[in-house]
Design a protein around this ligand. Structure first.
Ligand code: GLY
Length: 353
């Protein structure tokens, strides 16, 4: 078992990486716990709902899908909770992928001004990113996660065993977030992903546990240093500036979040060659491409993507911020990048397919 402490002004808690962890939910419920609400999707519940057999609970089904990550769905779930007798002593268990973790966490953050949540992520992407660090939220038509709140969980229970039922495409989408962790903060992790790609793609348990633990360790360190993204936490957005634009441009329906981040990391890597004089660009690009393919980028306009960057929430006073590598394991945050260079970087990746 690996356990990583996340220490924030709001709450200190553990992110536990352990096979079988989904059955440990009762240990983390508060002593005076009211009703427990599992927020989940039908798919996840059918596969893994037995984790709740020892816990009296109500199930709230979220329809799933990035396009349903909207305030109207949160309202509908809150009404269902009230109808089932929820009150301020209730606890939400967000049991699913990143969309469920974000939406269920946000529901907990605003239900009766805030009730506790336990995050139990069941996709790789959610395990290594979305469920750790307290970011919760939903999308607006204009952009991703533009409504939200920081709401730190009581615990994050990460069970690599549940990945056995994950479709291959979803697994690879999660791997891109782990590649991100290597590029921003851990050259050893990056090299491991590069050299042991066959074992990683074959989901060999030892390497899967190791790379998840590395990514969660990095996320716990970063969030403990900067809960609210005033500084260090921004590095976690490597690939997300252009990635979010790609998701919005394709109505959140063509790419998984991790795939959009892969595209955004490639564009940021090209940009870094020009802006931070990055020498490792070819290595970074090769590893991202080797974990592909991402779906076709046909028909996507570089100009439209560049125009969308200004509505991203990381844009401050109209100034787009880019997280750019300086070498593998280190990044810097740059603003005021020339529009033409941004456009060229996006065009370079679109042209490369
Ligand atoms: N997904 C980036 C963060 O949690 O800050």
């Amino acid at each position: 078992m690996a356990s990583f402490r996340v220490q924030t002004p709001q709450r200190t808690y553990d992110a536990i990486v352990e096979r079988g962890a989904i059955r440990r939910i009762p240990e983390f419920l508060p002593q005076k716990c009211g009703k427990v609400f599992a927020v989940t999707t039908k798919d996840v519940w059918n596969l893994h709902g037995s984790a709740f057999t020892q816990i009296p609970h109500n199930v709230i089904f979220f329809p799933g899908g990035e396009s349903r990550k909207r305030i109207s769905e949160v309202e509908a779930m809150a009404e269902q909770m009230l109808a089932a007798g929820a009150d301020r002593s209730s606890v939400v268990v967000a049991f699913g992928g990143g969309i469920v973790n974000d939406t269920g966490g946000f529901l907990a953050a605003i239900f009766m001004r805030g009730i506790p949540v336990i995050q139990v992520p069941t996709t790789l992407l959610a395990q290594v990113d979305a469920a750790v660090g307290g970011k919760t939220g939903v999308n607006l038509v204009s952009g991703k996660n533009l409504l939200g709140s920081f709401h730190q969980p009581l615990a994050v229970l990460i069970d690599p065993d549940v990945l056995k039922t994950l479709p291959d495409r979803e697994y690879r989408a999660g791997l891109y977030e782990i590649i991100k962790c290597g590029v921003i903060r851990d050259a050893n992790l990056f090299r491991l992903l590069d050299e042991d790609i066959a074992s990683v793609l074959a989901q060999e348990p030892a390497i899967v546990d190791r790379i998840i633990a590395d990514a969660v360790r990095i996320k716990a360190e970063v969030v403990s240093n900067d809960e609210r993204e005033g500084g260090l936490r921004r590095i976690l957005n490597f690939g997300h500036t252009v990635g979010h634009a790609l998701e919005a441009e394709t109505q959140y329906s063509r790419f998984l979040h991790g795939e959009a981040v892969a595209f955004g990391m490639r564009a940021a890597t090209v940009l870094a060659e020009r802006v931070t004089d990055l020498k490792d660009a070819a290595d970074i690009d090769r590893v991202i491409v080797n974990y592909g393919p991402i779906p076709s980028l046909k028909g996507i306009s570089a100009k439209n993507l560049a125009a969308r960057l200004v509505s991203d929430k990381k844009t401050i006073q109209g100034n787009v911020h880019f997280v750019l590598p300086t070498k593998i394991g280190e990044v810097t945050v740059v603003s005021g990048v020339d529009y033409a260079q941004v456009l060229e970087s996006i065009e370079a990746v679109l042209g490369g397919g």
